[in-house]
Design a protein around this ligand. Structure first.
Ligand SMILES: Nc1ncnc2c1ncn2[C@@H]1O[C@H](COP(=O)(O)OP(=O)(O)OP(=O)(O)O)[C@@H](O)[C@H]1O
Length: 615
C-alpha cells in the first residue's frame, strides 16, 4: 500500500481528507455550501478571535519580510560606499529578521490552538445535534461514515479559520514583491511577470490533480474502514461461521480495496513529485531571469549592487505565490469537509416545547391516532391507546409487529408521523426535554453502557447520582450481587468488567431504575434474565422503584400474565387490549407464546407461570 505524500511542498500543500462519497465533491449544492460556511464562521468566532490575531501577526511578519530586502540592499550600498550609517541599517535588518522569526512562531502557535478550538467546537456542535436528533434520523449515517465526518472531516474543516487568515496575509509578500520589483526597476519586474502565467498554470494543475487523487484515496480508505467496522460488529458471527479469512479478504481487497488504494497512493505521489519537480525548476529559473535582467541593468548603471540583491530577494518573495495557493487550497478542502460535517448538525431535531408535567401525576399515557411510516408504509397505523397511570402494561405481538416502535414513540425517542402522545394530559411534543428525560426512563434489550466505571454506567443520565441510589438501583435490578463480586465493585472500569448478556441487561435496568420517572419503558429489557432473577426484578419494579406506569415490550408469557393490561399489536395495528386472561381465549393470542394450547382453560391472571412455559 502506498501512503499519501507528506504535507509540505514548496508549491502547495497536498490536500488532507477530502469528500469521500463518489460525486460528493465540494460546492455541489449552494444550500449545503452556505450551511457549511455559516458553521465555519461560527467555529471561527468560537476560536476566541485567534483568527484575527493570526491575520495581524501574519501581516506584520509579511511587512517585515518585505522591508528586509530593501533595508539589506540599502545597507549593502552604504557599506560599499563606506558610509557609517550602514551599521544602523544592518541592525535594523537584524531586528526585522528577528521580528519575522518571532511573529512566525506566534502564528504557528496560534494556528495550532485555533485549529484545535475550531475542530473541538465543530465536533461538539455536531455531536450535540446528533444526540438531539431522533435516533431514526441519526441512523441514516452509517457508523463508519459518521466517524469520518466527526473526526477527519471535522479536523480538516477546523483548519479553515486559521488557513483563511494566513492565506489572506500570504497574499502580501508576492504582491509586495512584484510592487517592490516595479519600484526598483521596471525591467526586472517585467522579467518576473513574464514567467507568472506559467507559474499559475502549474499551481492550478497541481491543486486540481492533487485534490482529485486525495479525494479518491480517501474514498477507498473510507470504504475499507466501513467494511472493517461491519466485520468487527459481527465478530462473533464471523467466528461462529469460521469465515475470518474470507472477511479479511473482503475488507482488504474490496472492491475498492488495497489495489485501488495502492494505485491512488502512487497517483498522489506522482502528482506531488511532478509538482515539486516543476516548481523546483521554475522558481529558481524565474529568480535567475530577474537576476540576469538586473545584472544587465547593473552593467548599464541603472541599478546599484544593493538594489540588485534586493531585486533577487523580492523575486523570491513574489515567486512564493505557491504558499497562497496552498493555503487557499486548504480553505477549499476544508469547506468541502465542512459540508460533510455540517450535514450532521443539520439533522432535524426532535421537536419539543417548554411545558412541564402536572406535579405528582400518575403517568397516564394516551396515544391518539399514532402513525409511523417507513418507506411509504405505515409500520404503526392509527394506534389509539389509553393506559391508566400506575399500570403495568405489556406490549406483545409477533416479531416485526411494531412493539419497539410503539415503545420508542411512547418515550419520545421517535416522533410519530401523525397523531399525538400525551403523558398526564401533556403532549410529549410540547414537553421540556429535561422534564421528558427526568420523567420517562428507558431500558433496552442490548443496553450500551456509558461511563468510566460500572457505577457511573448505572448513574448515567441521572440528575444527581449518589452511591446509595446507584446501589439500591443495582439491587432492584438484580445486579448488585455480581457487581459486588467484581474486583472494584461499582468502581470497576466497564472495560474490565466481563459481563454476560444478562448482566449487561441488569445494568441497563439498574440505570433505568436509578432515575425512574412516572413512565418507564422496558423494551425487551429482561429477555436475557433467568426466571428467578426476572421474578425478583419484577417484584422490585413494583415495590422498590418509584411508582409509575410501566410499558413492557415482551415475548414472554409470564410478563403478559403479570401485567395489568396487555396491548396486542399485529402488523402495526392494535389487535386487542385487555387483561391477559381475557385475551388468552383467543387462539391467535395464545399462538404468540408458542405454548401447548390449553384449549379451554384461560391462563391464570397475574399468576406466575411455570418456568418451562416461559420463553
Ligand atoms: N427505520 C426503519 N425503516 C424501515 N422500517 C422500519 C424502521 N424501523 C422499523 N421498521 C419496520 O417496522 C416494523 C416494526 O419494527 P419493530 O422493531 O417495532 O418490531 P418489533 O415488534 O419490536 O419486532 P421484534 O419483536 O422482532 O423486536 C418492522 O417491520 C421493521 O422492519
Amino acid at each position: 500500500m502506498t501512503s499519501p505524500p507528506p504535507t509540505a511542498t514548496p508549491v502547495a500543500r497536498p490536500p488532507g481528507p477530502a469528500p469521500e462519497k463518489p460525486g460528493d465533491g465540494p460546492g455541489k449544492d449552494p444550500e449545503d455550501r452556505s450551511a457549511a460556511d455559516r458553521l465555519l464562521w461560527r467555529a471561527a468566532r468560537h476560536s476566541g478571535g485567534r483568527g484575527a490575531a493570526i491575520l495581524v501577526c501574519s501581516v506584520a511578519s509579511a511587512l517585515a519580510a518585505l522591508a528586509e530586502p530593501a533595508v539589506l540592499g540599502r545597507a549593502l550600498d552604504l557599506l560599499l560606499g563606506h558610509d557609517p550609517a550602514a551599521g544602523r541599517l544592518v541592525l535594523l535588518c537584524t531586528a526585522l529578521i528577528v521580528a519575522e522569526v518571532v511573529l512566525d512562531a506566534v502564528v504557528a502557535l496560534l494556528t495550532g490552538t485555533t485549529n484545535a478550538r475550531s475542530t473541538a467546537w465543530l465536533r461538539g456542535r455536531a455531536v450535540t445535534r446528533l444526540l438531539a436528533a431522533s435516533p431514526e434520523h441519526a441512523a441514516r449515517f452509517a457508523p463508519g461514515d459518521l466517524a469520518t465526518r466527526l473526526t477527519a472531516n471535522a479536523t480538516e474543516a477546523g483548519t479553515v479559520p486559521a488557513s483563511a487568515a494566513a492565506g489572506l496575509a500570504a497574499l502580501l509578500p508576492p504582491l509586495g514583491g512584484v510592487a517592490a520589483l516595479l519600484l526598483i526597476d521596471a525591467w526586472t519586474a517585467a522579467a518576473f511577470l513574464a514567467g507568472v502565467p506559467l507559474l499559475l498554470l502549474l499551481l492550478r494543475a497541481f491543486a486540481r490533480s492533487s485534490t482529485e487523487s486525495v479525494s479518491r484515496y480517501q474514498r477507498v480508505q473510507s470504504a475499507m474502514a466501513g467494511r472493517l467496522l461491519e466485520t468487527l460488529a459481527g465478530a462473533h458471527t464471523v467466528a461462529a461461521a469460521g469465515t475470518a479469512a474470507r472477511e479479511r479478504h473482503r475488507i482488504l481487497t474490496g472492491p475498492p480495496g488495497l489495489p485501488e488504494l495502492a494505485a491512488e497512493g502512487r497517483a498522489m505521489w506522482l502528482v506531488y513529485g511532478r509538482a515539486v519537480a516543476h516548481s523546483g525548476v521554475l522558481m529558481p529559473v524565474l529568480v535567475c531571469v530577474v537576476l540576469a535582467v538586473g545584472g544587465i541593468r547593473l552593467a548599464q548603471g541603472a541599478l546599484g549592487v544593493g538594489e540588485l540583491v534586493a531585486a533577487s530577494r523580492y523575486a523570491a518573495l513574489a515567486a512564493g505565490v505557491g504558499a497562497v495557493s496552498g493555503l487557499l487550497g486548504a480553505v477549499v478542502r476544508g469547506r468541502a469537509a465542512a459540508r460533510r460535517t455540517a450535514e450532521v448538525p443539520a439533522l432535524p431535531p426532535l421537536p419539543h416545547g417548554r411545558a412541564l408535567l402536572p406535579p405528582g401525576g400518575p403517568g397516564a399515557l394516551e396515544l391518539r391516532g399514532v402513525t409511523v411510516e417507513r418507506a411509504g408504509t405505515a409500520v404503526l397505523a392509527d394506534v389509539d391507546l389509553t393506559l391508566p397511570g400506575g399500570a403495568t402494561v405489556a406490549v406483545v405481538g409477533r416479531s416485526g409487529a411494531g412493539k419497539s416502535l410503539l415503545a420508542a414513540v411512547a418515550g419520545r425517542l421517535l416522533a410519530p408521523d401523525r397523531g399525538r402522545v400525551l403523558l398526564d394530559g401533556v403532549d410529549l411534543a410540547a414537553l421540556d426535554p429535561a422534564e421528558l428525560r427526568r420523567e420517562v426512563g428507558h431500558a433496552f434489550a442490548r443496553p450500551a453502557l456509558f461511563g468510566a466505571t460500572v457505577g457511573a454506567a448505572v448513574a448515567f443520565g441521572a440528575a444527581s447520582p449518589d452511591d446509595g441510589a446507584v446501589r439500591s438501583a443495582g439491587r432492584a435490578a438484580g445486579a448488585d450481587g455480581f457487581v459486588q463480586r467484581l474486583p472494584g465493585g461499582y468502581r470497576t472500569p466497564v472495560a474490565d468488567a466481563p459481563l454476560s448478556g444478562g448482566e449487561r441487561q441488569r445494568l441497563g435496568l439498574a440505570r433505568a431504575f436509578a432515575h425512574a420517572g412516572r413512565l418507564l419503558v422496558l423494551d425487551d429489557a429482561m429477555s436475557s434474565l433467568d426466571t428467578v432473577t426476572q421474578r425478583e426484578v419484577e417484584r422490585a419494579l413494583t415495590q422498590q422503584v418509584r411508582p409509575g406506569t410501566r410499558l413492557l415490550v415482551t415475548h414472554r408469557l409470564s410478563r403478559a400474565a403479570g401485567a395489568d393490561l396487555v396491548v396486542w399489536l399485529d402488523r402495526g395495528r392494535v389487535r386487542a387490549t385487555g387483561p391477559h386472561h381475557e385475551l388468552w381465549r383467543d387462539p391467535g393470542y395464545r399462538a404468540l407464546f408458542a405454548v401447548p394450547e390449553p384449549d379451554t382453560e384461560p391462563a391464570p391472571a397475574a399468576a406466575p407461570v411455570p418456568p418451562e412455559a416461559d420463553r
